[in-house]
Design a protein around this ligand. Structure first.
Ligand code: FAD
Ligand code: AMP
Length: 470
């Protein structure tokens, strides 16, 4: 029987990053991954690279360029006659995915991580059984086991996915034509991003969201402004709209939903079910080695991701916490560094959230409402991109930066960005908060001119009532 210091089950951003870091730390490491692409070839990268972060961003970028050419190029003095070739857009997306997944296979080779292609399950707390696609079974011994099996799209009984008319996020990344009308169930991150892609390409998009509030966990001011901007773009977001039934009639999907107590119905060419994700933890042999899962199927772990059984750990989407690629990766790194005797620390409060609509929405830390509810006295400063020279030059003036600081010691409690490149701007905020910085620290930091980051600087000045340009 082959034996390893560490066997990782799952090669997504949680598992593959942990495997590479473990190998760097001198551990003999294997990673079990079962994913196969459309041609039946085994691939690494998990949800994130194959059907998640990367393909969605590829389509968001293409559709963003398309919308620019159609709606904004004119004001830049560019006359363009833009048409979308969906097949070429999808081929480009696939090329991006293939290049990156092959890159991980190359990184495994470089770092001497053994990729065991197949389905992994726990035979005991120190052995893993790998079943390859042809049914062959091998068992390997492991001093440590890391479960990083991720998640799959959640479903709801009223909208069974057939991947033709009613699709999940994977199906919505793969449409071969722009639907004339698209219904999206769920106005979470995935629903908003995929709804934006197809709206920009010409679909009439209606998003049905059961909750009464838009982006309930975001800062209220940011959520309200984002809702207004996305609605102006043409995303028809209906809040308090709970889908109760769907049926395919001919080539259309009829969706029944309840809105403020009244029954409504609407027909769409296609419907995307984007109601969240559920952990992928069945068939792993967890019960037989005594590892607990919670009622929703998440592996139960302590603050160091230990399952409480032997040397078995679990990370990423299959455990508690935000279902985000960077959270999975950092958790994986901290587990293997701890195994190697280091003392890593991961602060969940400082995991940034990003929604890649345009303008983008990003935040870290507490909203004004959450900080106040937690009993903090806060001072907020905000700065609109309308007043930023760089944003004006770009023609991207919607949105704002908002900083929530502690009124007593000025420490930054949260930073919220709705605006162009918010996904990149939030990194400064995370770094400042990681160092326990204050709004004054940002205010006294030199920011290049003209940059979008100056809006972060000005928002920090605004906390003290001394913004210069607004
Ligand atoms: P996964 O990426 O799900 O990887 C788990 C892997 O384990 C899979 O490859 C699976 O095949 C494998 N596996 C499962 N069971 C077994 C088994 N028994 N044996 C062998 N292998 C197994 N997050 C962001 O941070 N930013 C984004 O922009 C973003 N966009 C997204 C867009 C979409 C459309 C979707 C669907 C998700 C998006 N996410 C995004 C979420 C992100 O993809 C996940 O949080 C991330 O992939 C979780 O990483 P993971 O390693 O825990 O799990
Ligand atoms: P997220 O978990 O961020 O991907 O968001 C999923 C969203 O789907 C949540 O905001 C849910 O409220 C929403 N949702 C879940 N079930 C339904 C339903 N039956 N009808 C409409 N929205 C739903």
């Amino acid at each position: 029987m082959d034996s390893y210091d560490l066997v990782v089950i799952g090669g997504g951003p949680g598992g593959y990053v942990a495997a590479i870091r473990a190998a760097q730390l001198g551990m003999k490491t294997a990673c079990v991954e079962r994913w196969q692409n459309a041609s039946g070839k085994g691939v690494l990268g998990g949800t994130c690279l194959n059907v998640g972060c990367i393909p969605s961003k590829a389509l968001l970028d293409t559709s963003h360029h398309f919308e620019f050419l159609r709606q904004h190029a004119k004001e830049h003095g560019i006359d363009a006659d833009a048409r979308i070739d969906v097949a070429r857009m999808q081929a480009r997306k696939q090329k991006v995915v293939t290049t990156l997944t092959q890159g991980i296979a190359a990184l495994f080779k470089k770092n001497k991580v053994t990729w065991l292609a197949g389905n992994g399950s726990l035979a005991s707390s120190d052995t893993v059984c790998v079943t390859s696609a042809d049914g062959k079974q091998t068992t390997v011994a492991a001093r440590y086991i890391l479960v990083a099996t991720g998640s799959v799209p959640a479903t709801i009984p009223p909208a069974p996915v057939d991947q033709k008319f009613i699709v999940d996020s994977t199906g919505a990344l793969d449409f071969d034509a722009v639907p004339t009308t698209l219904g999206v169930i769920g106005a979470g991150v995935i629903g908003l991003e995929l709804g934006s892609v197809w709206r920009r390409l010409g679909a009439e998009v209606v998003i049905l969201e059961a909750l009464p509030d838009f982006l309930a966990t975001a800062d209220r001011q940011i959520a309200k402004e984002a809702h207004k901007i996305l609605a102006k773009q043409g995303l028809d977001i209906r809040l308090g709209a709970k889908v109760t039934a769907t049926r395919v009639e001919g080539e259309m999907v009829v969706v029944d939903y309840e809105l403020s107590g009244s029954a409504q119905s609407q027909c769409f060419d296609r419907v995307v079910v984007a109601v969240g994700r559920k952990p992928c933890t069945t068939g792993l042999g967890l019960e037989q080695v005594g590892i607990a899962t919670d009622p929703r199927g998440f592996v139960v772990v302590d603050e160091h991701c230990h399952t409480g059984v032997g040397n078995v750990f679990a990370i990423g989407d299959c455990v508690r916490g935000p279902m985000l690629a960077h959270k999975a990766s950092e958790e994986g790194v901290s587990v293997v560094e701890r195994i190697a005797g280091q003392k890593p620390h991961l602060d969940f409060r400082l995991v940034p959230w990003i929604i890649y609509t345009w303008p983008e929405i990003a935040w870290v830390g507490d909203s004004e409402q959450a900080a106040t509810a937690a009993g903090r006295r806060v001072r907020c400063g905000s700065f609109p991109f309308m007043a930023s020279g760089r944003a004006r030059a770009m023609g991207d003036t919607e949105g704002l930066v908002k900083i929530v600081a502690d009124a007593d010691d000025d420490s930054v409690l949260g930073v919220h960005v709705l605006g162009p490149n918010a996904s990149e701007l939030i990194a400064e905020a995370v770094a400042v908060m990681e160092f326990g910085g204050s709004a004054e620290d940002i205010a006294r930091t030199v920011h290049g001119h003209p940059t979008l980051a100056e809006a972060v600087h000005e928002a920090a000045l605004a906390v003290d009532g001394r913004a210069i340009h607004f």
